[in-house]
Design a protein around this ligand. Structure first.
Ligand code: GLA
Length: 384
């Protein structure tokens, strides 16, 4: 977390008021990629990197919001906020709009945003920003909103204001994170079950490739459409099927043999990945990290070949990780097309693993990657 005292000072200097402070964490997904919008289960953890929002009410209408990372202040006219400009402040206007739709009285405010979750790093800086902003608006208005409703509103903001048709995994991870735990999230029922991650035995190491490919948003939305197309084809003979969650690969492999190649591959990834998440949750419960790592390996392979959302840098980072001692599993995490890999590593090997991985990646690419030994962190909250 950024140094709160100095953030408060900056806020006072900038806006001349005494702020309240709110935070929400980024996330790393252990397994279950591109599964949330297919209503399957996912297994992420909230990480100890936060977006912090300082906020104070003002008596007149507009929202003034300053981003430390962009070094810029924007004004949002509440009644005139419209989707789609592509500006970072769109996340804030989107959240304000979605909360108003929920009946929250969002009024004039000054906001100061400082984030330790690197944008484009695949650790969901966007959900951390949305959820911390939602906590700030809810806090200032005095409204009490269920966490699951906050997650839903934030997803809606991103879908409808930013134009990214994301699922709900990241927002739920930010709203329900638990120290020392991963989260088994059912993206249909939105039930969240924390599963212990014993940090004395394993560590989660995130490796940011520093690559970020422009394709991310457009290809993401296209993958969603391809999954919807698969569901339409299945529903022709099985009308009860609403999402890929409702079928196994074995059940549809035969009919899928006649589908266009991309649709068949996308459906194969999603249905098998959903099965892997259940197996991974069981492996975690019996502390079988070897089995968990093997499932991570299969997940990466499938994301690369069938879902086609990996890239050269992610594949390299995964390959280098697998050659190092103490690693159970390595795979890309998040939407793909750049960003980070997630690695499950024996606790006593984690430090070494991180520095050696950085050295080898830099030797091959000339790019210095950012490596983080994460601690599973608590959910979004107001900071006292
Ligand atoms: C992004 C989206 C999530 C999820 C992942 C892929 O992070 O925001 O909803 O779909 O990609 O698993």
């Amino acid at each position: 977390m950024s140094d709160l005292a100095s953030l408060r000072d900056e806020f006072r200097r900038k806006f001349g008021a005494e702020p309240r402070a709110f935070r929400a964490p980024g996330r790393a997904n252990l397994i279950g990629e591109h599964v949330d919008y297919n209503e399957g289960c996912v297994l992420p953890l909230a990480i100890d990197r936060d977006c912090t929002v300082l906020a104070a009410r003002r008596d007149d209408a507009p929202i003034r919001v300053h981003s430390r990372e962009f070094g810029e202040t924007a004004e949002i006219a509440l009644d005139a906020a419209r989707p789609g400009s592509g500006h970072w402040s769109q996340y804030v206007s989107g959240v304000a709009w979605a909360l108003k739709e929920l009946g929250v009285r969002v009024a004039g405010a000054d906001l100061f945003i400082a984030s330790d979750v690197a944008p484009g790093g695949g650790l969901s800086s966007s959900a951390a920003l949305e959820v911390s902003t939602a906590f700030a608006f809810a806090g200032l208005s005095g409204a009490t909103i269920e966490r699951v409703e906050i997650a839903r509103a934030c997803q809606r903001a991103e879908n409808e204001f930013v134009g990214m048709r994301c699922g709900i995994m990241d927002q739920l991870a930010a709203c329900f994170g638990k120290r020392e735990h991963a989260l088994l999230i059912d993206c249909r029922t939105l039930a969240v079950r924390p599963l212990p991650l014993d940090s004395a035995r394993v560590r989660v190491v995130v490796a940011n490739t520093m690559a970020r490919h422009e394709l991310a948003a457009s290809e993401y939305n296209r993958r969603r459409e391809e999954c919807e197309e698969a569901v339409r084809r299945i529903a022709e003979t099985r009308p009860a099927v609403r999402a890929l969650r409702d079928v196994s690969w074995e059940e549809i492999a035969e009919m899928a043999a006649h589908w266009p190649e991309p649709i068949r591959r996308r459906a194969r990834h999603v249905t098998r990945e959903i099965a892997r998440v259940h197996a991974a949750a069981q492996a975690l419960e019996r502390s079988d990290y070897e089995a968990f790592g093997e499932l991570m390996r299969q997940s990466h392979e499938s994301l690369d070949r069938d879902y086609q959302v990996s890239c050269v840098e992610l594949n390299l980072m995964v390959r280098l990780a697998r050659e190092l001692p103490g690693v159970y599993g390595a795979r890309m995490t998040g939407g793909g097309f750049g960003g980070s890999t997630v690695n499950l590593v024996r606790a006593d090997a984690a430090e070494n693993f991180g520095s050696e991985l950085a050295r080898r990646y830099e030797a091959e690419t000339g790019i210095h990657p950012e490596i983080t030994l994460c601690r599973p962190a608590d959910a979004a909250s107001e900071i006292a």
